[in-house]
Design a protein around this ligand. Structure first.
Ligand SMILES: Nc1ncnc2c1ncn2[C@@H]1O[C@H](COP(=O)(O)OP(=O)(O)O)[C@@H](O)[C@H]1O
Ligand SMILES: NC(=O)OP(=O)(O)O
Length: 311
């Protein structure tokens, strides 16, 4: 039984409901190709742009109309998980039906336990929502108290705490569905962050990194492969420079040296590389691949992409 966890980045989803519906149609073709090859397929997706917009829209609405309550960030994460899960689930179902593949697709509302003492709560780093100029970001920050940071050369974005995932609360549900010939969309938006207070779960305002959650789920279900799909075909050193060099197959210890050399941006490629390292360290026999959505099938057959292996 071959199993895989596929992590979908922002370009697989688009930025508005209309764009997202179109984008997931394309993404579902790549996912269906994978479903044709793997017995167990779990799909994890991001939510950075979506959760930021949902949170902003609701907070603007609450300011305009006193009958509209404030919606905390954690509820917005849950909304983004449901909304994106709905689009993905429907698109995958449609694609499987067109290929006469009889597999059941389910989106599992996934809570993810985090540590209340995680230092991330004191140091927000996860970019969400729209991009702004520095002047726009300053103005919003003064008005709403949000923290903004420059996001990998692409503009300024609001940042929120991003604690590391400790436990997938609905893991048994995910495993059961996978074992019954199903396809699961889980850990969407990194999962809904919750604290365990003396056995009682309680939501907490944060956005967990979806690549770290994909790594956690991969280990927990004993996946053979963690496949992280983003906008680039491979990971590069000296990225964007004239002497940029593609990394094809690389060991954990070799890629750790590139981390020490600051080769990967903290808000973009670094968490992907770190998520792959964690998966391989926990599953030395496993395979972790970073590539683009379009090249997913080629990367799985070793023709393109960056493969991180034990060593
Ligand atoms: N060393 C690197 N190699 C390849 N891409 C890099 C590197 N450093 C930064 N990037 C950027 O990271 C992006 C992927 O991160 P991001 O856009 O945050 O991912 P996601 O697809 O999850 O939204 C790539 O599209 C690329 O622009
Ligand atoms: N939650 C999360 O990691 O979302 P993005 O991948 O969109 O940043």
């Amino acid at each position: 039984m071959k199993s895989i966890v596929v992590a979908l980045g922002g370009n697989a989803l688009g930025n508005s409901p209309k764009e997202q519906l179109e984008a997931v149609k394309g993404s579902s073709k790549s996912i269906a190709d994978i479903i044709e090859t793997y017995d167990k397929v779990a799909v994890v997706h991001g939510n950075g742009p979506q959760v930021g917009v949902i949170n902003l829209a609701l907070s603007l609405a609450a300011k305009e109309d006193s009958t509209i309550p404030e919606f905390p960030l954690v509820e917005c994460v849950a909304m983004s998980q449901g909304y994106i899960g709905y689009h993905l689930q429907q698109a995958i179902e449609n694609e499987l039906a067109s290929r006469n593949i009889d597999k059941k697709v389910a989106t599992v509302v996934t809570q993810v336990e985090v540590d209340p003492k995680d230092p991330a709560f004191e140091n927000p780093t996860k970019p969400i929502g729209n991009f702004y100029t520095e002047e726009e970001a300053d103005a919003i920050s003064k008005k709403d108290g949000y923290t903004f940071k420059e996001d990998a050369g692409r503009g300024f974005r609001r940042v929120v705490p991003s604690p590391k995932p400790q436990r997938i609360v609905e893991l048994d549900t995910v495993t059961n569905h996978l074992e019954n010939d199903g396809v699961v969309v889980t850990g969407g938006g990194g999962g809904i962050p919750v604290l365990n207070e003396n056995g009682e779960l309680k939501g907490v305002d944060a956005v967990i990194d979806k690549d770290f959650v994909a790594s956690r789920i991969s280990s927990d279900i004993g996946a053979d492969t963690l496949l992280i799909l983003t906008a680039v075909d491979s990971v590069y050193i000296n990225f964007g420079k004239e002497n940029q060099e593609e990394l094809r197959e690389i060991t954990v210890s070799e890629i750790k040296k590139h981390i020490e050399d600051n080769q990967f941006h903290a808000g973009s490629m670094l968490p992907k590389v770190e998520a792959c390292i964690k998966f391989i360290e926990e599953n030395p026999e496993g395979t972790a691949i970073i590539t683009s959505l379009e090249k997913a099938a080629y990367a799985l057959s070793g023709e393109v992409g960056t493969k991180i292996i034990n060593g």
